[in-house]
Each structure stands twice: as C-alpha cells, then as structure tokens.
Ligand binder design. Structure first.
Ligand SMILES: NC(=O)c1ccc[n+]([C@@H]2O[C@H](COP(=O)([O-])OP(=O)(O)OC[C@H]3O[C@@H](n4cnc5c(N)ncnc54)[C@H](O)[C@@H]3O)[C@@H](O)[C@H]2O)c1
Length: 447
C-alpha cells in the first residue's frame, strides 16, 4: 500500500518508518525543510533508540522517502496520516488544531481517487468531523473517508510499541476504510492483532481517557509518596503492595517529580476543557492537573531544604534533563520548572543529560552551565540532583563524586538508589516518599 505521513516528528517518523518496515511504501512529509534535509542526508532529527537503523534500512530498500510538499505523496496514497503537532493553545489550554486543519486543507487539494485520511495526532472529540467538513468543503467531489487512529507509542520505546502494540484503535463507521486500516496493520497479525474498531468520536476520546487515567495513576502515587514522608512509610513498598493486585497493576506507580513530556500535560488539560464545555467537568482530572503543577516546585523545595534553606550562591549538579530517559524530548520536562525555581533562589546549575542538552539549551535559561558528563557536573557542587533516571546514572561512583563535590548530598527524585547504601557511602540522601529513611523524620513527626 502507499502511505503519506504528514508531519515527520516523534510520531510521524516512527510510524512512517515502521509502516515502511511492514512493506508499505511511505513518504514522510514535513513543512520543516531543515528536518527533511537532515533525513535526506541520512541524519535523524530526534533521538529515539533504533530509529536510525530502521530509517536507513527502509530508505535503502526504496520503501521510505521524504518530501516537504505533500502533493505527489497524497495523490498516490491509499492512506494519508495526519501526524502533526496539537500543542496546548495559549491562554485556554485547548488543543491547538490549526496544524491539523491546515494539513486537511492541503490534503483536500491533492487527493485523487479513494483516499483514507487518518488522524493520528491526538485530537479532541469531534475533530474528525471537522477534518471531514474541511475536506468536503474544499473538494465536494473527493472520495475520502476520515478515520481516527490515535497513537499510543511511548518515546524511548517507540519502535517496539508501534510494532507490538497493546491495541490499535480505529474509529470509523465506513467498512471500506476499515478494510484499508486492517490491510495497513495486517503485517502485525502474526502477533494476533488486537484491533479495536469503534466510532470516530469514541476513538478520539479513548486516547484522552487513556492518557488521563495514566496521569491520575502517577499523581495518585505521588500524593501517597508525600503522605509516606509524613508518616514514616516507604512509597516503593506501598506501590509494590498495591501493584501486585491485578486490578491495580504495577505500572505507572513510580513516585517522582511529577509527570511531564509532550503528551500528558497538554492532553489532560485539553480533556478538562472538552469536558467543561460539554457540561460534565472531569473533577478528578482537573485536580490531577493542579496537583502535578505544584509538585515540581515542591521538588525544588526538597533541594533547598536539604541544603538548609539558604542556597544563594550554592551549586546544584543536575543529572537528567529530558522528561524521561531514552529521548531528547524536553517538552514540559519537570527539569525545566525545577531548574528555574533553583535559579530564582540564586543557585548555580551545572547540568548534564546524555541526549537532551541540545534541546535543553533551547528551553532553559542561559545561566545553566552544561557539563560533558556526570562527574564534571558534580565538580564543586553542594548537592547532586537526579531528575531523570537515565541508565548512566544508576551506578554512579560515589567515592569519585565525594572527591569532586563541595558537599556529599544527593537528592534522588527517581528513587534510583537505596537510602541505606547511600548513607553508608557518607552521603546525605533525600528521595521521594521514603519517609522511614528520611533523616530525622521519625523524630520530627514523633513517630
Ligand atoms: N510524542 C509522543 O510520544 C506522542 C505519542 C502519541 C501521540 N502523540 C501525538 O501525535 C501528534 C504529533 O506529536 P509529535 O510528538 O510527533 O510532534 P512533533 O512536534 O515532534 O512533530 C510534528 C511535525 O509536524 C510538522 N508539521 C506541522 N504542520 C505540518 C503540515 N501542514 N505539513 C507537514 N508537516 C507539518 C512539524 O514541522 C513537526 O515536524 C500530537 O498530536 C501528539 O499529541 C505524540
């Protein structure tokens, strides 16, 4: 089959390369000429494990190409995917759909013959109706079906997720479009394809409901972590103790600095707006959004309080800047709020991230100093703060760190290390929700 992928970002490039790997012919289109030029030179504009190989292999096989103009690819396509960004709209938190509708208008102008237009971007309920209206208005003669097919891949494990999905959700009432979608994903059938066919609006809502539920789960364990700190309990044991219950499940129960990334923050917010407009506010999700927002500042306070409160002129070494490991994506990373709060308090920041520093430079204040490795970042620092749990930070040499740091203090916002281990190495240690180990916490709370 022939596929046109409109938008060659984290989702478009991974999906396009995977469809090509299934044997389809895919053209990935992007307005960003710089991005397309890089891809044509054989460079990958983002960091995603395995993507360079996958793209190179499928380009060499003649199944994957790139373009800045969609006309030819759309004209020849059986299916055109819209995978452009849907960021939060400034001011009201709704999803900004201007890129989606712009793509729809361009698709309308170019489509020939029967074409399935598939919205892969995360879009609010009813967007498919509007995409269809936009296309039919421009081209009343167009033979199109507009389908919703939300993407559930996780950055950092995107190829595996695309090729071995828990489910593929397809929203359409049109049997012909359903056949095209089934044919597109058929190469996955060996792994007994878990396709969920549903109405278009339902499909659009599934994506938001899924992300909102996961955000609730993370925020729930984060609040339990706060409680653990106050009552001298251990959140990791609580998470294990509840996660082994199949009705709850162990995933997304890791307490940390609050969720970030390119999806959860904007999608939870957009869902609350949709619900408010529909007259059925989602109070749980609204609360989750608010709780998660303040959490990042609470994490900065953790750092300043372990340093005794007066931190002006002190230095924090920050390890991990991206919103999670194995990506270079800095969008809404908790590190942004935490670092800004520490800079506001007069601290100096020496930061290191294995893949995210180029993106970080675009979003963090110029005052941040970037190091070439964890130990360089730690040089002269009054405390070491782990914000993102890259593998490279899981077995740090604490003897070496003690030698280079001004004070041996570790704030581990991902609970990578064991408190007793770190204490034995002579470090003061602060983590998330492990109250029974917090220095003085028992005494403080009379427990
Ligand atoms: N990143 C994720 O992990 C993830 C996971 C699931 C769903 N999603 C959703 O997928 C969508 C895309 O996300 P992303 O992270 O890939 O975004 P992205 O910003 O990385 O990529 C979007 C790309 O679309 C391009 N673009 C915009 N308008 C265009 C047009 N008219 N024609 C051609 N190209 C155009 C942009 O230049 C950009 O390269 C969003 O709706 C997002 O919510 C993302």
């Amino acid at each position: 089959m022939r596929v046109a992928m409109i938008g060659t970002g984290y989702v478009g490039l991974v999906s396009g390369a995977c469809f090509a790997d299934f044997g389809h012919h895919v053209t990935c289109v992007d307005k960003d000429a710089g991005k397309i030029a890089m891809l044509e030179r054989g460079e990958i504009p983002i960091f995603e494990p395995g993507l360079d190989d996958l793209v190179a292999r499928n380009r060499a096989a003649g199944r994957l190409d790139f373009a800045t103009d969609l006309t030819q690819a759309v004209r020849e396509a059986d299916a055109v995917f819209i995978a452009v960004g849907t960021p939060s709209r400034r001011g009201d938190g709704h999803a900004d759909l201007s890129y989606v509708y712009a793509a729809a208008r361009e698709i309308a102008a170019a489509a020939e013959g029967y074409t399935v237009v598939v919205t892969k971007s995360t879009v609010p309920v009813g967007t498919g109706d509007e995409v269809e209206r936009v296309i039919r208005e421009a081209r009343p003669d167009a033979q199109i079906s507009v389908v919703s097919n939300p993407e559930f891949l996780r950055e950092g494990a995107a190829i595996e997720d695309f090729k071995r999905p828990d489910r593929i959700v397809v929203g359409t009432d049109d049997p012909k479009a359903r056949d095209v979608m089934t044919a597109l994903y058929r190469p996955l059938a060996l792994n007994s394809l878990p396709m969920v066919f549903t109405g278009r609006r339902t499909s659009e809502l599934i994506k938001y409901a899924g992300n909102a539920f996961l955000a609730v789960k993370i925020t729930f364990i984060n609040e339990i972590a706060d409680l653990c700190e106050q009552v001298g309990a251990n959140v990791q044991d609580v998470a294990r103790g509840i996660g082994l219950d199949n009705r709850i499940g162990s995933k997304f129960l890791h307490a940390g600095p609050g969720y970030g990334g390119s999806c959860f923050p904007k999608d939870t917010l957009a869902l609350t707006r949709t619900a408010q407009e529909a007259g059925t506010p989602l109070r749980i999700v609204e609360t989750v959004v608010a709780v998660n927002d303040v959490r990042k500042l609470a994490m900065a306070r953790k750092v300043t309080s372990v340093l005794g409160g007066d931190v002006r002129g002190k230095t924090a070494a920050v390890l991990g800047l991206t919103f999670k490991p194995n990506t270079d994506d800095m969008r809404e990373s908790p590190a942004i709020s935490i670092i800004n709060a520490l800079l506001d308090k007069g601290m100096k920041i020496q930061a290191y991230d294995p893949e995210g520093m180029e993106e970080a430079r675009k979003v963090l204040p110029a005052a941040v100093h970037y190091a070439t490795g964890a130990y360089e970042a730690a040089e002269g620092a009054d405390c070491l703060v782990i914000i993102t749990e890259w593998d490279a930070f899981r077995a740090l040499d604490f003897t070496r760190l003690r030698e280079v740091m001004a004070q041996p203090i570790l704030v581990d916002l991902r609970n990578i290390y064991r408190p007793d281990e770190i204490a034995a190495l002579g470090f003061a240690y602060e983590s998330v929700g492990r109250g029974e180990f917090d220095r003085g916490s028992q005494h403080r709370h009379g427990l």
